[in-house]
Write a protein that binds this ligand. Structure first.
Ligand SMILES: [Zn+2]
Length: 403
């Protein structure tokens, strides 16, 4: 973890991310003058400091990579490192659903944040729908995956563990003072903060302020989006109760929504409550007429213990092993057509990058064809590849030694 310098102090990045309140004043000063914090992952001169953007989110401040400077950071130790390209922080075409701008994220989701409850037939009251005609809209899961990837959370630089505080800080730095469906993102989206005893009251107030903006009046409904780690989803008398970590607040969810989600996200669903895994959710909340908070849409994503995205429980086991062994790797995300041929993981601490494939569902025809296709590509390109075919014991899989 690099040392970060700002306002005359130097602190390990992890400390800054896990204690946003403690460093708020210093970061606020650095944001004003000189306008950035400095990453110490590589020696840099006073004339060309490795700058980090200081972004305000509510009362707190978070660090993000400077636009198009991801490649300047140390590839082996620094979470702000990014290869040039879409993950390097460039904005992308105006019609894209998700764009990284100098102020932060600009996203259009395929749900409405503001709905008229009368005259509903007309259309949603969402300004984003009409003002940016022709712009694509992202589904909830695609949005979460893209934000996680752009925030650098799917790369592992060999540390010991990662907690929710780090995820919160890196996601918020990515969102910045951006826009969601044309609205200020800080008003409509909340990323659950990590529970800290000394910050208990502030965290509660901040969360309540977000929830209070979710309102349903006689003619309109204002919704809110929450990114949090799922603790449990259990049936209650007439619906389901969704509990999230870091808070005692819980939300109701209708039975049909939960049944549909359990099918759509079945790999993540089966791992909820499993201590080897983590499940991150993006929830769309609405207030019912009697004042309760209800989940009206959600997407969930399976992660390993260190919040690296995974596609199956076997991938969780593999990612947990890679973290435990202090390996450097990343999880390629399948966001575009053709991305399904990307490896499950890529080891980056070996002489040449090594693909890791976790093969399963051998009985599935389409899956077997893709496996054969992938194996052919690796052979043709002479890409080193480690294969694991469960139920063979994971411990029997030999990983190449780190260079
Ligand atoms: Zn750095």
């Amino acid at each position: 973890m690099p040392l970060i310098s700002f306002d005359g102090i130097s602190q390990p990045l992890e400390e800054v991310q896990n204690n946003p309140a403690r460093f708020a004043l210093h970061l606020e000063r650095a944001k004003k003058n000189p306008g950035y914090a400095v990453c110490g992952c590589k020696p840099s001169s006073i004339l060309a400091p490795l700058r980090l953007v200081v972004r305000r989110y509510g009362k707190l401040f978070h660090l993000a990579r400077w636009p198009d400077e991801g490649a300047k950071h140390d590839a082996t130790t620094c979470p702000f490192f990014a290869k040039p390209g879409p993950l390097g922080g460039s904005a992308g075409p105006a019609q894209d659903a998700i764009r990284n701008t100098p102020d932060g994220l600009n996203a259009k989701l395929d749900i409405s944040l503001s709905v008229r409850t009368v005259g509903r037939v007309q259309s949603s009251g969402d300004p984003a729908r009409t003002s940016t005609a022709g712009r694509r809209a992202a589904p909830l899961l695609g949005f979460l995956q893209r934000v996680w990837g752009d925030a650098g959370l799917n790369q592992w630089s060999g540390g010991t563990q990662r907690n929710w505080g780090t995820c919160n800080a890196q996601v918020l730095a990515q969102l910045g003072e951006g826009k969601l469906n044309g609205r200020p993102i800080q008003e409509v989206l909340h990323v659950m903060r990590r529970y800290e005893e000394t910050q208990q009251a502030a965290i509660k107030t901040e969360f309540e302020e977000f929830l209070a903006r979710i309102q349903t009046t006689a003619d309109a409904s204002e919704r809110g989006i929450l990114i949090a780690e799922i603790k449990s989803i259990d049936p209650s008398k007439y619906s389901f109760v969704v509990k999230i970590r870091q808070t005692f607040e819980s939300f109701f969810a209708p039975k049909d929504l939960i049944e549909k989600a359990a099918k759509s996200f079945r790999y993540a669903w089966s791992m909820i409550g499993n201590a080897d895994a983590r499940v991150v959710a993006v929830l769309v909340l609405e207030r019912t007429k009697d004042g309760n908070l209800r989940v009206i849409d959600l997407a969930v994503q399976l992660c390993n213990k260190a919040f690296i995205f995974c596609d199956s429980s076997y991938e969780v086991a593999m990612a947990n092993r890679l973290v435990a062994e202090g390996r450097r790797f990343y999880k390629p995300l399948r966001l575009m057509p053709g991305d399904e041929m990307l490896p499950d993981f890529v080891l980056t601490d070996t002489a040449a990058a090594t693909a890791i494939e976790v093969y399963g569902m051998e009985s599935h025809d389409a899956y077997r064809r893709r496996k054969e296709e992938k194996q052919a590509i690796y052979a043709q390109r002479r890409t080193p590849c480690v294969e694991w075919v469960p139920p063979a014991d994971l411990a029997s899989v030999r990983l190449p030694a780190a260079a």
